[in-house]
Ligand binder design. Structure first.
Ligand code: SF4
Length: 264
């Protein structure tokens, strides 16, 4: 693992967003009020998780105008910066999973399971939407581990319910001892939504011919090896890349880089 400029930038971005949530929640200053599912920036700009908006629509048959605007803004943002940039740069659960993964490597734990196929998360997204339609509420949001973590960090601390901690704990242990990127790559419904956006997003990682060799073991730093293979083969992006920049940092010679351009 090489802690290069993209790793540092990514962590600072995560901390900045978290700090804005914290400051707003604790001080009452309207910078970024809300949570990772729905928030308001500077008191006027709404941001709504598009998957939550779709769930709400399926559940109730309607959406408030603010929710529509917020979901469109968030969708447009990730269409530019990369669908799964949410996973790599913003999601608090991603940090927990990264820590579990780091610990697993340090402790040399042999994880016996490759994880479910990455297409499983699309079925999970389908189940979430069917669940919302049948129940009439955005059911998944009650047990969405991202929302749970947000509540734990900002409001409830250790007072958060045992079931909630159990969900986060199970995901941590699953990553630590069972399967690498077991939740994020294979099972997360939000990951499925953002992967879908990522197939069409402007920001992407590309392999540059003639800029130096790509380290042979580069796959070890990538949480989404299928995305890396995709990039190295100059194939159409499959939307799985989290734009984490680990491969760009690790190569360190310009053979891999971020680029902002339409098309694959
Ligand atoms: S391909 Fe590179 S940027 Fe994308 S997930 Fe893998 S390491 Fe991160």
């Amino acid at each position: 693992m090489r802690y290069g400029k993209w790793w540092v930038t990514r962590r600072l971005t995560f901390l900045l967003i978290l700090a804005l949530f914290l400051v707003s929640a604790r001080s009452g200053v309207n910078v970024l009020v809300g949570n990772y599912s729905g928030s308001t920036f500077l008191g006027v700009i709404p941001a709504v998780d598009p998957l939550l908006a779709i769930q709400s629509y399926f559940a109730t048959g309607g959406l408030y105008q603010t929710a529509i605007i917020g979901a469109v803004l968030v969708g447009a943002l990730y269409l530019v910066v990369g669908g799964r940039a949410f996973c790599g740069w913003v999601c608090p659960l991603g940090v927990v999973v990264d820590f579990a993964n780091w610990l697993s490597r340090k402790l040399k734990i042999k994880r016996p399971f490759q994880g479910f196929s990455s297409s499983t998360k699309y079925y999970m997204m389908g189940i979430v939407l069917v669940g919302a339609t049948i129940s009439g509420v955005a059911l998944y949001e009650m047990y969405n581990p991202v929302s749970i973590l947000h509540r734990a960090i900002l409001f409830e601390g250790v007072g958060i319910g045992a079931v909630s901690w159990m969900i986060v704990g199970i995901l941590f242990l699953y990553e630590l001892g069972v399967a690498r990127s077991g939740w994020c790559k294979s099972l997360c419904p939000q990951g499925a939504f953002y992967s879908t956006l990522g197939k069409f997003s402007l920001m992407k990682v590309v392999a540059n011919e003639g800029r130096g060799s790509i380290p042979k073991n580069i796959g070890e730093v990538c949480p989404e090896p299928a995305a890396l293979v995709n990039i190295l083969n100059h194939e159409r992006q499959n939307g799985e890349c989290t734009l984490c920049g680990a491969c760009v940092d690790y190569a360190g010679n310009g053979s891999l880089s971020f680029t902002l351009k339409p098309g694959s």
